[in-house]
Design a protein around this ligand. Structure first.
Ligand code: GLU
Length: 446
Protein backbone atom coordinates (compact mmCIF):
# COMPACT_ATOMS: atom_id res chain seq x y z
CA UNK A 1 0.00 0.00 0.00
CA UNK A 2 1.12 3.48 -0.81
CA UNK A 3 -0.75 6.03 1.30
CA UNK A 4 -0.66 8.79 -1.30
CA UNK A 5 -2.07 6.50 -3.99
CA UNK A 6 -4.90 5.24 -1.78
CA UNK A 7 -5.67 8.81 -0.74
CA UNK A 8 -5.62 10.11 -4.32
CA UNK A 9 -8.15 7.45 -5.26
CA UNK A 10 -10.33 8.28 -2.27
CA UNK A 11 -10.16 12.03 -2.94
CA UNK A 12 -11.30 11.38 -6.48
CA UNK A 13 -14.27 9.33 -5.27
CA UNK A 14 -15.21 11.66 -2.39
CA UNK A 15 -14.10 15.17 -3.33
CA UNK A 16 -14.31 17.79 -0.62
CA UNK A 17 -15.06 15.36 2.21
CA UNK A 18 -12.28 16.89 4.28
CA UNK A 19 -12.93 15.39 7.75
CA UNK A 20 -13.34 11.90 6.32
CA UNK A 21 -10.19 12.16 4.21
CA UNK A 22 -8.25 13.57 7.18
CA UNK A 23 -9.28 10.68 9.45
CA UNK A 24 -8.42 8.05 6.86
CA UNK A 25 -5.03 9.60 6.09
CA UNK A 26 -4.08 9.65 9.77
CA UNK A 27 -4.81 5.94 10.15
CA UNK A 28 -3.13 4.93 6.88
CA UNK A 29 0.04 6.85 7.69
CA UNK A 30 0.22 5.09 11.06
CA UNK A 31 -0.30 1.59 9.69
CA UNK A 32 1.59 1.79 6.39
CA UNK A 33 4.70 0.02 7.62
CA UNK A 34 2.89 -2.79 9.45
CA UNK A 35 0.49 -3.24 6.54
CA UNK A 36 3.26 -3.62 4.03
CA UNK A 37 4.90 -6.22 6.22
CA UNK A 38 1.74 -8.39 5.83
CA UNK A 39 1.28 -9.37 2.16
CA UNK A 40 -1.97 -11.16 3.07
CA UNK A 41 -3.58 -7.76 3.89
CA UNK A 42 -2.60 -6.35 0.50
CA UNK A 43 -3.80 -9.49 -1.27
CA UNK A 44 -7.23 -9.27 0.39
CA UNK A 45 -7.38 -5.52 -0.38
CA UNK A 46 -8.10 -4.85 3.30
CA UNK A 47 -7.41 -1.12 3.14
CA UNK A 48 -9.56 -0.50 0.05
CA UNK A 49 -12.43 -2.36 1.72
CA UNK A 50 -11.95 -0.86 5.15
CA UNK A 51 -12.00 2.81 4.17
CA UNK A 52 -15.47 2.62 2.60
CA UNK A 53 -18.53 2.36 4.86
CA UNK A 54 -20.58 -0.83 4.46
CA UNK A 55 -23.65 1.34 3.79
CA UNK A 56 -25.17 4.74 4.49
CA UNK A 57 -28.84 5.51 5.09
CA UNK A 58 -29.95 9.06 4.35
CA UNK A 59 -33.45 10.25 5.09
CA UNK A 60 -35.61 13.36 5.34
CA UNK A 61 -36.81 14.35 8.81
CA UNK A 62 -39.82 16.67 8.85
CA UNK A 63 -41.26 18.04 12.08
CA UNK A 64 -43.30 20.98 13.36
CA UNK A 65 -41.74 23.66 15.59
CA UNK A 66 -43.45 25.48 18.50
CA UNK A 67 -44.58 28.28 16.18
CA UNK A 68 -46.39 25.76 13.98
CA UNK A 69 -43.82 26.08 11.19
CA UNK A 70 -42.79 22.97 9.27
CA UNK A 71 -39.07 22.21 9.49
CA UNK A 72 -37.07 19.77 7.38
CA UNK A 73 -33.69 18.29 8.30
CA UNK A 74 -31.55 15.48 6.92
CA UNK A 75 -30.94 12.32 8.95
CA UNK A 76 -28.16 9.77 8.44
CA UNK A 77 -26.86 6.47 9.69
CA UNK A 78 -23.44 5.35 8.49
CA UNK A 79 -22.91 1.63 9.13
CA UNK A 80 -19.18 1.53 8.69
CA UNK A 81 -17.80 -1.88 9.56
CA UNK A 82 -19.29 -4.98 11.20
CA UNK A 83 -16.27 -7.28 11.10
CA UNK A 84 -16.00 -7.63 14.86
CA UNK A 85 -19.62 -7.19 15.94
CA UNK A 86 -22.93 -5.37 15.41
CA UNK A 87 -22.71 -1.74 14.35
CA UNK A 88 -22.25 0.56 17.32
CA UNK A 89 -21.78 4.30 17.64
CA UNK A 90 -23.45 7.55 18.55
CA UNK A 91 -25.83 10.02 16.94
CA UNK A 92 -24.73 13.63 16.52
CA UNK A 93 -27.22 16.50 16.24
CA UNK A 94 -25.37 19.60 15.09
CA UNK A 95 -25.96 22.12 12.32
CA UNK A 96 -22.67 21.19 10.60
CA UNK A 97 -23.44 17.45 10.34
CA UNK A 98 -22.91 16.12 6.82
CA UNK A 99 -21.79 12.82 5.23
CA UNK A 100 -18.09 13.71 5.53
CA UNK A 101 -18.37 14.31 9.28
CA UNK A 102 -20.32 11.11 9.91
CA UNK A 103 -18.01 9.03 7.73
CA UNK A 104 -14.98 10.29 9.64
CA UNK A 105 -16.73 9.51 12.91
CA UNK A 106 -17.85 6.06 11.75
CA UNK A 107 -14.36 5.24 10.53
CA UNK A 108 -12.81 6.34 13.85
CA UNK A 109 -15.49 4.43 15.74
CA UNK A 110 -14.55 1.19 14.01
CA UNK A 111 -10.99 1.29 15.39
CA UNK A 112 -12.01 2.76 18.74
CA UNK A 113 -14.52 0.00 19.29
CA UNK A 114 -11.89 -2.57 18.34
CA UNK A 115 -9.67 -1.16 21.10
CA UNK A 116 -12.34 -1.56 23.80
CA UNK A 117 -11.83 -5.36 23.93
CA UNK A 118 -15.59 -5.77 23.29
CA UNK A 119 -17.25 -7.19 20.15
CA UNK A 120 -18.64 -4.06 18.52
CA UNK A 121 -18.48 -2.88 14.91
CA UNK A 122 -18.38 0.82 13.98
CA UNK A 123 -21.19 3.21 13.03
CA UNK A 124 -22.26 6.81 13.40
CA UNK A 125 -25.35 8.81 12.60
CA UNK A 126 -27.13 12.03 13.23
CA UNK A 127 -28.68 15.07 11.68
CA UNK A 128 -28.04 18.68 10.76
CA UNK A 129 -30.75 19.55 13.31
CA UNK A 130 -29.44 22.37 15.55
CA UNK A 131 -30.63 21.93 19.17
CA UNK A 132 -29.54 25.49 20.08
CA UNK A 133 -32.51 27.49 21.31
CA UNK A 134 -34.99 24.64 20.87
CA UNK A 135 -37.62 23.86 23.52
CA UNK A 136 -37.85 20.41 25.09
CA UNK A 137 -41.06 19.83 23.12
CA UNK A 138 -39.31 20.67 19.84
CA UNK A 139 -36.47 18.33 20.71
CA UNK A 140 -39.00 15.58 21.43
CA UNK A 141 -40.83 16.08 18.14
CA UNK A 142 -37.58 16.11 16.21
CA UNK A 143 -36.35 12.91 17.90
CA UNK A 144 -39.66 11.20 17.18
CA UNK A 145 -39.58 12.23 13.52
CA UNK A 146 -35.94 11.08 13.26
CA UNK A 147 -36.78 7.66 14.72
CA UNK A 148 -39.77 7.30 12.40
CA UNK A 149 -37.20 6.71 9.64
CA UNK A 150 -34.28 5.20 11.53
CA UNK A 151 -36.06 2.41 13.36
CA UNK A 152 -36.07 -0.10 10.50
CA UNK A 153 -32.29 0.02 10.22
CA UNK A 154 -31.30 -0.56 13.83
CA UNK A 155 -31.72 -3.41 16.31
CA UNK A 156 -30.23 -5.09 19.37
CA UNK A 157 -28.05 -7.40 17.30
CA UNK A 158 -27.64 -5.24 14.19
CA UNK A 159 -26.99 -1.62 15.09
CA UNK A 160 -27.12 0.09 18.48
CA UNK A 161 -26.98 3.91 18.43
CA UNK A 162 -26.14 6.14 21.40
CA UNK A 163 -25.40 9.78 22.15
CA UNK A 164 -22.76 12.16 20.84
CA UNK A 165 -22.62 15.96 20.46
CA UNK A 166 -26.19 17.29 20.89
CA UNK A 167 -27.59 13.90 21.93
CA UNK A 168 -27.69 13.09 25.65
CA UNK A 169 -29.98 11.26 28.06
CA UNK A 170 -33.00 13.40 27.19
CA UNK A 171 -32.73 12.72 23.45
CA UNK A 172 -32.03 9.01 23.96
CA UNK A 173 -35.25 8.89 26.02
CA UNK A 174 -37.36 10.41 23.25
CA UNK A 175 -35.70 8.20 20.62
CA UNK A 176 -36.18 5.02 22.65
CA UNK A 177 -39.84 5.81 23.42
CA UNK A 178 -40.58 6.21 19.72
CA UNK A 179 -38.56 3.14 18.74
CA UNK A 180 -40.57 0.93 21.07
CA UNK A 181 -43.85 2.35 19.81
CA UNK A 182 -42.92 1.78 16.16
CA UNK A 183 -41.16 -1.57 16.45
CA UNK A 184 -43.45 -3.05 19.15
CA UNK A 185 -40.29 -4.47 20.55
CA UNK A 186 -39.45 -3.84 24.16
CA UNK A 187 -35.93 -5.15 24.54
CA UNK A 188 -34.00 -2.54 26.50
CA UNK A 189 -30.88 -2.76 24.39
CA UNK A 190 -31.53 -0.99 21.07
CA UNK A 191 -29.98 2.27 22.24
CA UNK A 192 -27.39 2.95 24.94
CA UNK A 193 -27.05 5.89 27.28
CA UNK A 194 -30.54 5.21 28.60
CA UNK A 195 -32.02 6.46 31.89
CA UNK A 196 -31.35 4.39 35.01
CA UNK A 197 -34.98 3.26 35.37
CA UNK A 198 -35.30 1.87 31.83
CA UNK A 199 -32.15 -0.10 31.15
CA UNK A 200 -29.35 2.44 31.39
CA UNK A 201 -26.03 1.48 32.90
CA UNK A 202 -24.77 3.15 36.01
CA UNK A 203 -21.75 5.32 35.08
CA UNK A 204 -22.56 5.51 31.35
CA UNK A 205 -23.09 9.31 31.54
CA UNK A 206 -19.73 9.74 33.28
CA UNK A 207 -17.86 7.06 31.35
CA UNK A 208 -16.29 9.05 28.50
CA UNK A 209 -14.76 11.61 30.86
CA UNK A 210 -13.89 9.09 33.58
CA UNK A 211 -12.28 6.70 31.10
CA UNK A 212 -10.28 9.58 29.60
CA UNK A 213 -8.87 10.47 33.00
CA UNK A 214 -8.02 6.82 33.73
CA UNK A 215 -6.15 6.75 30.43
CA UNK A 216 -4.32 10.00 31.30
CA UNK A 217 -3.37 8.53 34.68
CA UNK A 218 -1.75 5.54 32.90
CA UNK A 219 -0.01 7.81 30.44
CA UNK A 220 1.40 9.96 33.21
CA UNK A 221 2.42 6.95 35.32
CA UNK A 222 4.31 5.52 32.35
CA UNK A 223 6.16 8.85 32.08
CA UNK A 224 6.89 8.84 35.83
CA UNK A 225 4.39 11.59 36.62
CA UNK A 226 1.12 11.91 38.52
CA UNK A 227 -2.01 13.94 37.99
CA UNK A 228 -2.33 15.27 41.53
CA UNK A 229 -1.95 19.04 41.80
CA UNK A 230 -1.74 19.55 38.02
CA UNK A 231 -3.70 22.27 36.22
CA UNK A 232 -6.08 21.22 33.43
CA UNK A 233 -7.71 23.31 30.69
CA UNK A 234 -10.57 21.60 28.96
CA UNK A 235 -12.82 22.71 26.15
CA UNK A 236 -16.56 22.31 26.08
CA UNK A 237 -19.03 22.09 28.95
CA UNK A 238 -21.27 19.21 27.85
CA UNK A 239 -21.48 15.61 28.98
CA UNK A 240 -17.91 14.67 28.08
CA UNK A 241 -16.32 17.80 29.62
CA UNK A 242 -18.48 17.30 32.71
CA UNK A 243 -17.27 13.72 33.29
CA UNK A 244 -13.67 14.74 32.69
CA UNK A 245 -13.92 17.72 35.08
CA UNK A 246 -15.54 15.54 37.73
CA UNK A 247 -12.91 12.77 37.65
CA UNK A 248 -9.96 15.18 37.26
CA UNK A 249 -11.12 17.03 40.38
CA UNK A 250 -11.60 13.75 42.28
CA UNK A 251 -8.04 12.77 41.39
CA UNK A 252 -6.68 16.01 42.85
CA UNK A 253 -6.12 18.01 39.65
CA UNK A 254 -7.39 21.56 39.23
CA UNK A 255 -9.69 22.25 36.25
CA UNK A 256 -8.92 25.90 35.55
CA UNK A 257 -10.69 26.38 32.23
CA UNK A 258 -13.85 25.27 30.43
CA UNK A 259 -15.13 26.78 27.21
CA UNK A 260 -18.00 27.09 24.77
CA UNK A 261 -18.58 28.45 21.28
CA UNK A 262 -18.93 31.90 22.92
CA UNK A 263 -15.54 31.96 24.71
CA UNK A 264 -13.56 30.64 27.67
CA UNK A 265 -14.20 30.61 31.40
CA UNK A 266 -11.04 30.94 33.50
CA UNK A 267 -11.63 29.18 36.78
CA UNK A 268 -8.43 29.68 38.83
CA UNK A 269 -9.67 27.98 41.99
CA UNK A 270 -10.71 24.79 40.23
CA UNK A 271 -14.05 22.95 40.39
CA UNK A 272 -16.46 22.34 43.26
CA UNK A 273 -19.40 19.91 43.26
CA UNK A 274 -21.73 22.83 42.68
CA UNK A 275 -19.74 24.04 39.68
CA UNK A 276 -19.59 20.56 38.19
CA UNK A 277 -23.36 20.11 38.59
CA UNK A 278 -23.92 23.50 36.99
CA UNK A 279 -22.19 22.30 33.82
CA UNK A 280 -25.10 19.87 33.35
CA UNK A 281 -27.61 22.68 33.80
CA UNK A 282 -25.80 24.75 31.19
CA UNK A 283 -25.98 21.91 28.68
CA UNK A 284 -29.64 21.21 29.39
CA UNK A 285 -30.53 24.88 28.80
CA UNK A 286 -29.93 24.38 25.02
CA UNK A 287 -28.33 27.81 24.81
CA UNK A 288 -24.88 26.49 23.90
CA UNK A 289 -23.05 29.23 25.81
CA UNK A 290 -20.63 28.98 28.74
CA UNK A 291 -20.66 32.65 29.85
CA UNK A 292 -23.37 32.12 32.54
CA UNK A 293 -20.87 29.98 34.49
CA UNK A 294 -18.86 33.13 35.32
CA UNK A 295 -22.03 35.02 36.26
CA UNK A 296 -22.99 32.30 38.72
CA UNK A 297 -19.50 31.78 40.20
CA UNK A 298 -17.79 35.14 40.79
CA UNK A 299 -14.30 33.63 41.23
CA UNK A 300 -14.42 32.68 37.53
CA UNK A 301 -14.00 35.10 34.62
CA UNK A 302 -15.38 34.85 31.10
CA UNK A 303 -13.47 36.06 28.05
CA UNK A 304 -15.50 36.13 24.83
CA UNK A 305 -14.01 34.76 21.61
CA UNK A 306 -11.09 32.97 23.30
CA UNK A 307 -10.42 29.23 23.42
CA UNK A 308 -9.43 27.13 26.43
CA UNK A 309 -5.97 26.83 24.87
CA UNK A 310 -5.19 30.44 25.76
CA UNK A 311 -5.07 29.45 29.45
CA UNK A 312 -1.71 28.40 30.91
CA UNK A 313 -2.03 24.77 32.05
CA UNK A 314 -0.08 21.53 32.53
CA UNK A 315 -2.60 19.32 30.73
CA UNK A 316 -4.97 20.23 27.89
CA UNK A 317 -8.06 18.13 27.21
CA UNK A 318 -10.08 18.91 24.07
CA UNK A 319 -13.61 17.72 24.96
CA UNK A 320 -15.79 19.41 22.34
CA UNK A 321 -15.48 18.94 18.57
CA UNK A 322 -13.18 17.81 15.77
CA UNK A 323 -10.29 20.10 14.80
CA UNK A 324 -10.97 22.36 17.77
CA UNK A 325 -7.24 22.65 18.52
CA UNK A 326 -5.11 23.90 15.59
CA UNK A 327 -1.43 24.58 15.01
CA UNK A 328 -1.56 28.13 16.43
CA UNK A 329 -3.33 26.79 19.56
CA UNK A 330 -0.71 24.04 19.88
CA UNK A 331 2.09 26.61 19.74
CA UNK A 332 0.35 28.77 22.33
CA UNK A 333 -0.03 25.78 24.67
CA UNK A 334 3.63 24.82 24.25
CA UNK A 335 4.75 28.41 24.87
CA UNK A 336 2.74 28.32 28.10
CA UNK A 337 4.45 25.13 29.24
CA UNK A 338 1.74 22.50 28.58
CA UNK A 339 3.34 19.06 28.60
CA UNK A 340 0.42 16.68 28.06
CA UNK A 341 -2.49 16.78 25.60
CA UNK A 342 -5.12 14.05 25.45
CA UNK A 343 -7.94 14.27 22.93
CA UNK A 344 -11.25 13.47 24.58
CA UNK A 345 -13.23 14.70 21.59
CA UNK A 346 -12.99 12.70 18.35
CA UNK A 347 -10.11 14.04 16.22
CA UNK A 348 -9.95 17.13 18.46
CA UNK A 349 -6.58 18.24 17.07
CA UNK A 350 -5.66 19.10 13.50
CA UNK A 351 -2.83 17.04 11.93
CA UNK A 352 -0.56 20.13 12.16
CA UNK A 353 -1.30 20.49 15.89
CA UNK A 354 -0.50 16.81 16.49
CA UNK A 355 2.72 17.20 14.55
CA UNK A 356 3.63 20.27 16.67
CA UNK A 357 3.10 18.32 19.90
CA UNK A 358 4.99 15.28 18.67
CA UNK A 359 7.95 17.35 17.43
CA UNK A 360 8.12 19.08 20.80
CA UNK A 361 8.23 15.64 22.44
CA UNK A 362 5.32 16.23 24.82
CA UNK A 363 2.82 13.53 25.79
CA UNK A 364 0.01 13.26 23.25
CA UNK A 365 -2.77 10.68 22.89
CA UNK A 366 -5.56 10.46 20.29
CA UNK A 367 -9.31 10.40 20.86
CA UNK A 368 -9.89 6.86 19.69
CA UNK A 369 -7.86 5.61 22.66
CA UNK A 370 -8.58 8.34 25.23
CA UNK A 371 -12.36 8.57 24.81
CA UNK A 372 -13.09 4.88 24.20
CA UNK A 373 -14.42 4.49 27.76
CA UNK A 374 -17.71 6.01 26.58
CA UNK A 375 -18.53 3.44 23.94
CA UNK A 376 -16.94 0.71 26.07
CA UNK A 377 -19.47 1.43 28.82
CA UNK A 378 -22.17 1.42 26.15
CA UNK A 379 -20.92 -2.09 25.40
CA UNK A 380 -21.27 -2.93 29.07
CA UNK A 381 -24.80 -1.50 28.98
CA UNK A 382 -25.62 -3.81 26.05
CA UNK A 383 -24.32 -6.79 28.01
CA UNK A 384 -26.42 -5.92 31.05
CA UNK A 385 -29.49 -5.42 28.84
CA UNK A 386 -29.00 -8.80 27.17
CA UNK A 387 -28.54 -10.50 30.53
CA UNK A 388 -31.52 -8.58 31.98
CA UNK A 389 -29.50 -7.47 34.99
CA UNK A 390 -27.90 -4.29 36.35
CA UNK A 391 -24.36 -4.14 37.64
CA UNK A 392 -23.42 -1.91 40.56
CA UNK A 393 -21.39 1.26 40.01
CA UNK A 394 -18.41 -0.52 41.52
CA UNK A 395 -18.67 -3.39 39.03
CA UNK A 396 -18.97 -1.06 36.03
CA UNK A 397 -16.13 1.15 37.24
CA UNK A 398 -13.84 -1.86 37.72
CA UNK A 399 -14.58 -3.01 34.18
CA UNK A 400 -14.00 0.48 32.82
CA UNK A 401 -10.66 0.63 34.66
CA UNK A 402 -9.66 -2.72 33.16
CA UNK A 403 -10.67 -1.62 29.65
CA UNK A 404 -8.76 1.68 29.82
CA UNK A 405 -5.71 -0.13 31.13
CA UNK A 406 -5.93 -2.64 28.25
CA UNK A 407 -6.21 0.19 25.72
CA UNK A 408 -3.18 1.89 27.22
CA UNK A 409 -1.25 -1.38 27.10
CA UNK A 410 -2.20 -1.89 23.45
CA UNK A 411 -0.94 1.63 22.64
CA UNK A 412 2.34 0.91 24.42
CA UNK A 413 2.67 -2.45 22.66
CA UNK A 414 2.16 -1.08 19.16
CA UNK A 415 3.44 2.47 19.68
CA UNK A 416 6.78 2.01 21.49
CA UNK A 417 9.56 3.73 19.58
CA UNK A 418 13.25 2.80 19.44
CA UNK A 419 14.12 5.89 21.51
CA UNK A 420 11.94 4.63 24.36
CA UNK A 421 9.06 7.08 23.82
CA UNK A 422 5.52 6.00 23.00
CA UNK A 423 3.75 7.22 19.88
CA UNK A 424 0.16 6.87 21.10
CA UNK A 425 -1.28 7.81 17.69
CA UNK A 426 0.55 4.97 16.00
CA UNK A 427 -0.12 2.62 18.90
CA UNK A 428 -3.88 3.18 18.90
CA UNK A 429 -4.20 3.08 15.12
CA UNK A 430 -2.14 -0.08 14.66
CA UNK A 431 -3.79 -1.92 17.57
CA UNK A 432 -7.29 -1.10 16.31
CA UNK A 433 -6.42 -1.82 12.69
CA UNK A 434 -4.80 -5.21 13.37
CA UNK A 435 -7.92 -6.48 15.12
CA UNK A 436 -10.36 -5.33 12.43
CA UNK A 437 -8.05 -6.47 9.60
CA UNK A 438 -7.63 -9.93 11.11
CA UNK A 439 -11.39 -10.27 11.55
CA UNK A 440 -12.01 -9.24 7.93
CA UNK A 441 -9.36 -11.62 6.67
CA UNK A 442 -10.81 -14.60 8.50
CA UNK A 443 -14.34 -13.95 7.23
CA UNK A 444 -13.52 -13.96 3.53
CA UNK A 445 -14.39 -11.59 0.71
CA UNK A 446 -17.80 -10.17 1.61
N1 GLU B 1 -20.44 8.99 20.65
C1 GLU B 1 -19.54 8.29 21.52
C2 GLU B 1 -18.25 8.02 20.81
O1 GLU B 1 -17.81 8.85 20.02
C3 GLU B 1 -20.18 7.08 22.17
C4 GLU B 1 -20.76 6.08 21.22
C5 GLU B 1 -21.55 4.95 21.91
O2 GLU B 1 -21.64 4.93 23.13
O3 GLU B 1 -22.03 4.11 21.16
O4 GLU B 1 -17.58 7.05 21.02
Amino acid sequence: MNVNNVMADLERKHPGESEYLQAVREVLESIEEVYNAHPEFEKAKIVERMVEPDRIFTFRVTWVDDAGEIQTNIGYRVQFNSAIGPYKGGLRFHKAVNPSMLKFLGFEQTFKNALTTLPMGGAKGGSDFDPTGKSDAEIMRFCQAFMLELWRNIGVDTDVPAGDVGVGGREIGFLNGMYQKLAREYHTGVLTGKGMTWGGSILRPEATGFGALYFVEHMLAKAGKSIEGKTIALSGFGNVAWGAAKKATELGAKVIAISGPDGVVYNPNGMTDEKIDYMLELRASNRNIVAPFAEKFPDATFTPGKKAWSVKCDIALPCAFQNELNEADAKELLANGTWCVAEVSNMGCTPEAIHTFQSAGILFAPGKAVNAGGVATSGLEMTQNCMHISWSGKEVDEKLHFIMESIHEACVRFGSQPDGTINYVKGANIAGFMKVAQAMLEQGII
